[in-house]
Unconditional design. Structure first.
Length: 362
């Protein structure tokens, strides 16, 4: 599969950059897209704000402590979606095999491309240039022979980066890569890796497949492949929807059972509405809880029957909630999702759809 040519495009500080582009008075200033109130969360931060340590998903209160001069801007999702569509129009000048990951990033398979350009790095350069000239925005690009390495490459020289990882350089590059940079390795997994003496790609590569599966389950096989530069996943422009969900961030932290049940009911009602709207059928219900300290857990249950109605979903949600200790750990967010549709080809399987710009169902 090393003959494939894959580009990962990631817009730099996308939401914040759109705001600075559209409002010249914000240029060069530390801004955060989000709300400044006590329960607010930073959706995106400009690079000027990031220098102070402000990051997306950070509480607004912490962000203001780190950067007292931080300017908060309410998000304009319709504007970001519109710009994202313009970016995708540029992508499709080169290939129709485009897999969006979010509004601001996507994979492109340019092995065969419309202009007939032989080098993927030349396509990446043109994409960056056209995005800059037409939209006055900056993108970073990563080029390689698989999705894992292309995404790693796009992060490597941000902002305004362009990095290519050739097949003959991949193993050496991966060997030096910090384990935190591996796709799918979050803080909890990274801590466990460190306890096992795994701090970089070289040390990960030295571990056996059996050991990684024993310690990390099925994803251990993915880590095993990534350490060897192996990622066979194709760039997919069409997918089967695997889940639908919703979540509510609460105005205040709660730990009284009566209050939690009321909020759970509201989330369940919204979920049922989304399931009906999308005509989605699934058999697994997942409860997501984020606590006051931003730690979060999930609990799931799978049924033989399809989960489509409130009288089925709400009792299961309450059952999952019983497994959560929230009396000593107040809740700030509650989410529910339905997943695990029937296998492809069955009459009531998942909903096939062209990848769109509606990415926040969970």
């Amino acid at each position: 599969m090393t003959g494939r040519k894959i580009i990962h495009i990631d817009m730099d500080a996308f939401y914040a950059s759109v705001e600075q582009r559209d409002n010249p008075g914000l240029r060069g200033k530390p801004i955060a897209v989000g709300h400044a109130e006590e329960r607010g969360v930073v959706a995106a931060a400009s690079y000027e704000a990031r220098r102070f340590g402000v990051r997306s998903a950070m509480s607004s209160q912490k962000a203001k402590r780190l950067c007292p001069q931080l300017i908060f801007i309410p998000g304009r999702m319709e504007a970001y979606k519109s710009v994202s569509r313009q970016i995708h129009e540029i992508f499709h000048e080169y290939t129709d095999i485009v897999e969006p990951l979010s509004l601001d990033e996507a994979f492109l398979d340019v092995t065969e491309n419309k202009p007939g350009i032989s080098l993927a790095v030349d396509i990446a350069k043109e994409l960056k240039q056209k995005i800059k000239e037409r939209l006055n925005l900056v993108a970073s690009a990563g080029v390689s022979y698989n999705k894992f390495l292309a995404k790693i490459a796009s992060d490597y020289r941000k902002p305004d980066g362009l990095c290519t990882i050739h097949p003959d350089q991949a193993l050496e590059f991966i060997a030096r890569l910090p384990i935190e940079s591996f796709w799918g390795v979050g803080p909890v997994t990274a801590k466990k890796m460190h306890l096992l003496g795994i701090h970089n790609g070289e040390q990960l590569r030295a571990r056996s497949l059996d050991m990684l599966i024993r310690e990390f389950g099925k994803v251990g096989a993915v880590y095993h492949d990534f350490a060897r530069g192996i990622d066979l996943r194709p760039v997919e422009a069409v997918r089967i929807r695997k889940s639908i969900g919703c979540e509510h961030t609460l105005e205040r932290d709660i730990n009284r059972r009566s209050s939690v049940i009321i909020e759970l009911y509201h989330v369940a009602v919204e979920l049922v509405g989304r399931l009906e709207h999308k005509n989605f059928r699934g058999n697994t219900l997942t409860l997501k809880i984020k606590f006051h300290d931003f730690n979060q857990i999930t609990r799931s249950i799978t049924q033989s029957r399809e989960l489509i109605s409130l009288d089925v979903i709400l009792p299961l949600a309450k059952q999952l909630l019983n497994e959560v200790d929230y009396e000593q750990h107040p809740i700030r967010l509650i989410g529910l999702s339905v997943s695990n549709p029937r296998e492809e080809g069955e009459e009531k399987g998942g909903v096939w759809e062209q990848l769109s710009f509606e990415f926040s169902d969970w």
